[in-house]
Structures are given as C-alpha cells and as structure tokens.
Design a protein around this ligand. Structure first.
Ligand code: URA
Length: 216
C-alpha cells in the first residue's frame, strides 16, 4: 500500500452559453411557474449530456445505406437517475428526454429538528443499483447535508458509481459534499456567493421546489 489518497472527484461548472442563458432566466423573479419548469427541463437535458460524458462505448460494425463502417454504441453500466424529493423531480423530465431507458430511484429525507440529522422517509431504488451509474439530482446544493445523506443511503444500498447534478451550488455545499464523498463528481451550472442565515443560496433563485411546483 502506498498510503496515497485518491484525489477528490472534479467539480464541473457548465459554462456553456446556452446553460448560462437559461440559468439567468431561471434566476429571474419574474419567470412564471410554467417558464421555470420549461427552463429546468431544457437545462436538465444539457446537464444529463455532461453527466454521461464518461460512459463507455463499444465498437460495432454497421451498414449505412452506402457501406459498412465501424460505429460506437453505449456498453457496460446502465444508468439510474436518483431524485432527492421533492425538487429533484423537476430535473427528471429533461434528463429522461435524453435518457429514456434510465431507471429512476427516489430518496426522501427530512431534517429532525431535535437532532438536526437527516431522517429518511422514503427510498425506492432498482435492485441492481450496484451495477448502474447513479446520477443523483437535486436543483440546489446548499449545505450539502441532504445530498451527502442521500448518497450515504445510496451507497448503503450498494451503489458504487455516483455523480451528483444540481442547477446551483453554494461553496459550503460543494466543500461538505466533496469531503463526505470525495469519489462523487459534482456537476453544476454555477457556484454562487454563499448561504444566507436561512440556508438559501445567494444570489440563488429562491426555493426551487416552490418555483417548480407553484407552491408559494
Ligand atoms: N433549497 C432551495 O430551494 N433554495 C435554496 O436557495 C437553498 C436550498
């Protein structure tokens, strides 16, 4: 044993102009519920594109109408999207547009006011989770506590390859999640200034769940 530690997985910020345009529209307080949902769907498709960048390919011989050639198809591990309830569900639709065969798991957690620990109230995952690349989705990586707790549960259920995807992150959340799960790549559209006293990301986009589901 060399005693060397594996370096933490990278944090990827999607600086593509389309992503930044859509994110700015999402942030605007004047964006309607319908607009917020549509933009989240569109941006989620682009995030899925980045989250699947490392999938393995295998060479296959195919015939075009004109000649034989070597093409490449996905091989190896299949996917599971895992939504952290409830706001994670807003990201599923766009990702499933691009990844229609992916399985979908759900994890629900709430914070116990006495212990301040996340408590699981719902978890449903495919049986073969250990054989899949898990893309965990939650729009906001704020303190990072629920993301880390959800990934704890996921790994407890056998998951071995996990990527975390969010719209916006706070530096505090990135630091917490990277410490708790250094093997998990974080993909986000921006890392904002920080958290306020109520745990909101600033400047942020407000409460993602309320804006997605029109509950405010
Ligand atoms: N959750 C949200 O929906 N918004 C924040 O700013 C932080 C956590």
């Amino acid at each position: 044993m060399s005693g060397e530690q594996t370096p933490p997985a990278p944090v990827v910020v999607l600086d593509h102009p389309l992503v930044q345009h859509k994110l700015t529209r999402l942030r605007q307080a004047t964006t309607s519920t319908a607009g917020f949902r549509r933009l989240t769907r569109e941006i989620s498709l682009l995030m899925a594109y980045e989250a699947t960048r490392d999938l393995k390919l295998e060479a296959v011989e195919i015939e075009t109408p004109l000649e034989r050639m070597e093409g490449h198809l996905l091989s190896g591990k299949k996917l599971c999207l895992v939504s952290i309830l409830r706001a994670g569900n807003g990201i599923l639709d766009g990702m499933l547009d691009l990844l229609p065969a992916a399985r979908v798991g759900h994890i629900g957690l709430f914070r116990d006011h006495a212990t301040l620990e996340p408590v699981e109230y719902y978890m449903k995952l495919p049986d073969d989770i250990g054989e899949r690349v898990c893309i965990v989705v939650d729009p906001m990586l704020a303190t990072g506590h629920s993301a880390a707790a959800a990934i704890d549960r996921l790994k407890g259920a056998g998951a071995r390859h996990v990527v975390f995807v969010c719209l916006l992150a706070a530096p505090e959340g990135v630091a917490f999640l990277s410490r708790a799960h250094p093997d998990v790549k974080i993909i986000t559209c921006a890392i904002d200034r920080g958290l306020d006293d109520h745990g909101y990301i600033r400047p942020g986009l407000g409460d993602a769940g309320d804006r997605l589901f029109g509950t405010k």
